[in-house]
Write a protein that binds this ligand. Structure first.
Ligand code: G6P
Length: 619
């Protein structure tokens, strides 16, 4: 969480930093701040100006009006609060007691309390309650105590820190250098002509340069005017890095005429799924080529067990993956919350395959779970969206979902991309293991190839959903019910509604309703049932009757032309009839649209819901 940006070069830093912060706002938006170094024309000395505001980047911009924002060196931050209330004092940048050094930080300094106590005993006074201030005060303290230069002080300070960090540091008396470092939080350096850019991801950099370097853990980048980038480890040993070329377009990170990123991303799905399938699914030759699986086929085919670790929406995709792999490949699958898995000393063997699913590729718990599995000798396969992300770089093999940057905090196109990759993985393995007949494989491949068309058709429901959404704005609670492949769809639908409209919602396997949630049902409790025509159809009808007889109002996502359910339901949304294993993608789309329209009708901040962040780089 938190986004950091830095710039050093020949242009004015402030506009670059502010624009960069806006691109990173999905990472947190509790407060924002900026530090700029410029030459004071009257005194001919360098000034370090720091501006901070509670709230969003727009609030920071407003408070900077009429302030001195000049300078060609600066760092900036948008915060998702971990330690310390989200107020102006706790906003980054933080600075040393003498106000010479400024620092922005993404991550958590776990031993901050001990370090703070030691520094206090040395007479250092603190102004905020954050863990971050401890780091900048420590750098300043060590710098003075041992007469170190800025880089050496940072290197020494970081050896004393336990936790995760991506930091950018500047010093008033050193207007020619910007220093950055990372451990377990992402950081990218952009290399321009006589200028350097720095950011938590590449989106603030893309319009200035395509040449980037992804820093690795415990690396320090020294970005100095008139010099090439220098990267060292904490012991000052120089490290050489390859320069990567960014494959990202500006259009992909702008709203493109849509009012919100979320709705843009929902409507992108026919194309994103096409991109995800492209070059991999070949209905003409009846083949699926997922190179990460093909290159390691014997490991997959001989796997005794597959464990999928993930968080949030990715965890819901994992539940669908479990169903797919068990049904198609007959390999036992377990799905784990990464945050639980990493701390419960799980039983792992070298015959296990651990699949880590993460849109951002930076989720701290998923990364840690995956690293634990690797240490235990398991083969780790990643399913990520963000190219070059930490999870993607730390797996044995993997498959990108190729859906382009997802900026709305509520995940939509990444979810459908994750499920699509899982479908291809399951089919690819089933083909190699002969657990499905050639005829079944052929038919399934054909159906998968039609997904973009099915999605296109489903999106036509948007105007009806917008109308229906109005009836849901007054709800305080909602229940989502589904069975089989549609149970994770119910979980995901409920999560979407919770995240952006703040209506309490629960997803349940439809039959479990009578073991508790049924007690909540009355005319004020909307129930959303995913009731497409599949093996469980009759059973779901019984569950619908149970709700109806308790005056529950029901919205059903049903198969096109299902007159039986049309007559039974208060509201219905008819989706194209697809095989049950494709339901999770097709049925999730109306639920994404529903939560979007409910949140818009309630006047909520759809793309940046309160308290959430898109990239959860703290545990
Ligand atoms: C956050 C986001 C969710 C996301 C989850 C896991 O909670 O708000 O949308 O599903 O993190 O993120 P990942 O990037 O690992 O998929």
């Amino acid at each position: 969480m938190c986004g950091i940006v830095g710039y050093i070069g020949h242009r004015e830093a402030c506009p670059i930093l502010i624009k960069g912060l806006k691109r990173l706002e999905y990472r947190g938006y509790d407060s924002a701040g900026i530090a700029l170094i410029n030459k004071n024309k009257e005194t001919n000395q360098f000034d370090l100006n720091i501006y901070k505001a509670k709230g969003k980047v727009a609030d920071l911009e407003a408070m900077m009006a009429n302030k001195d924002i000049s300078g060609t060196l600066g760092i900036a931050h948008t915060r998702w609060a971990t330690h310390g209330e989200p107020n102006q004092i706790n906003a980054h940048p933080h600075f040393s007691e003498d106000k010479d050094i400024a620092l922005v930080h993404n991550g958590i300094i776990e031993n901050y309390a001990t370090l703070k106590e030691t520094l206090k005993q040395e007479g250092v006074e603190f102004s905020s309650t954050t863990d971050t201030e401890v780091l900048v005060q420590l750098i300043s303290f060590l710098r003075k105590k041992f007469s170190l230069d800025l880089v050496a002080a940072i290197q020494l300070a970081l050896t004393k820190v336990v936790g995760a960090y991506a930091i950018a540091v500047i010093e008033k008396s050193k207007p020619e250098v910007l220093v950055a470092a990372r451990k377990s939080s992402p950081l990218v350096v952009g290399l321009g002509e006589d200028e350097f850019f720095l950011a938590s991801d590449a989106t603030p950099i893309i319009e200035y340069t395509k040449k980037v370097i992804y820093l690795e853990d415990e690396e320090i980048a020294i970005l100095e005017r008139g010099h090439d980038i220098k990267i060292t480890d904490l012991k000052n040993v120089e490290i050489k890095h390859d320069v990567s070329e960014l494959d990202l377009s500006i259009d992909a990170i702008e709203k493109g005429g849509y009012p919100h990123f979320m709705i843009k991303e929902i409507f992108e799905q026919p194309q994103t799924i096409k991109n995800c399938l492209s070059g991999r699914l070949h209905p003409e030759s009846n083949s699926i080529i997922l190179s990460g699986v093909m290159d390691n086929l014997s490991r997959f085919v001989n796997a005794k067990r597959i464990i999928i670790v993930a968080c949030g929406t990715s965890w819901h995709a994992a539940l669908i993956g479990e169903h797919l792999i068990e049904e198609f490949c007959r390999i036992p699958v377990e799905v784990e919350y990464a945050s639980e898995f990493r701390y419960r000393n799980p039983v792992l063997s070298p015959d296990d395959i651990v699949i880590a699913i993460s849109q951002s590729g930076e989720t701290a718990d998923t990364l840690a779970a995956m690293q634990l599995a690797r240490h235990a000798g398991a083969f780790v396969f990643g399913i990520c969206n963000a190219v070059g992300s930490s999870i993607a770089r730390n797996t044995d093999a993997g498959a990108y979902i190729h859906v382009g940057p997802e900026i709305g905090v509520a995940s939509t196109k990444a979810f459908s991309g994750q499920v699509t990759v899982l479908i291809m993985l399951a089919l690819c393995l089933a083909k190699s293991k002969n657990t499905l007949s050639p005829k079944e494989i052929k038919e399934k491949i054909k159906q998968v190839s039609l997904l973009p068309q099915y999605i296109e058709e489903t999106l036509k429901l948007n105007p009806i959903i917008e109308k229906i959404a109005k009836y849901f704005t007054y709800a305080h609670n909602c229940i989502y019910l589904g069975r089989g492949y549609n149970f994770p769809v119910a979980l995901e639908g409920a999560l979407k509604l919770k995240e952006i409209s703040y209506i309490h919602a629960e997803g349940y396997p439809a039959a479990e309703m009578k073991h508790g949630p049924i007690a909540l049902i009355d005319q004020d409790m909307p129930v959303i049932v995913i009731g497409t025509r599949n093996d469980m159809y009759e059973k779901v009808i019984s569950n619908i009757q149970e709700v109806k007889s308790r005056q529950g109002r029901i919205l059903g996502v049903i198969s096109q032309g299902d007159t039986t359910l049309r007559d039974m339901l208060d509201y219905y949304l008819e989706v194209p009839k697809v095989p049950h294993f494709l339901d999770p993608i097709i049925c999730s789309i109306p639920l994404q649209l529903l939560s979007y329209h409910v949140a818009v009708a309630k006047g909520k901040d759809v793309d940046q819901p309160r308290n959430l962040a898109k990239s959860v780089t703290v545990e």
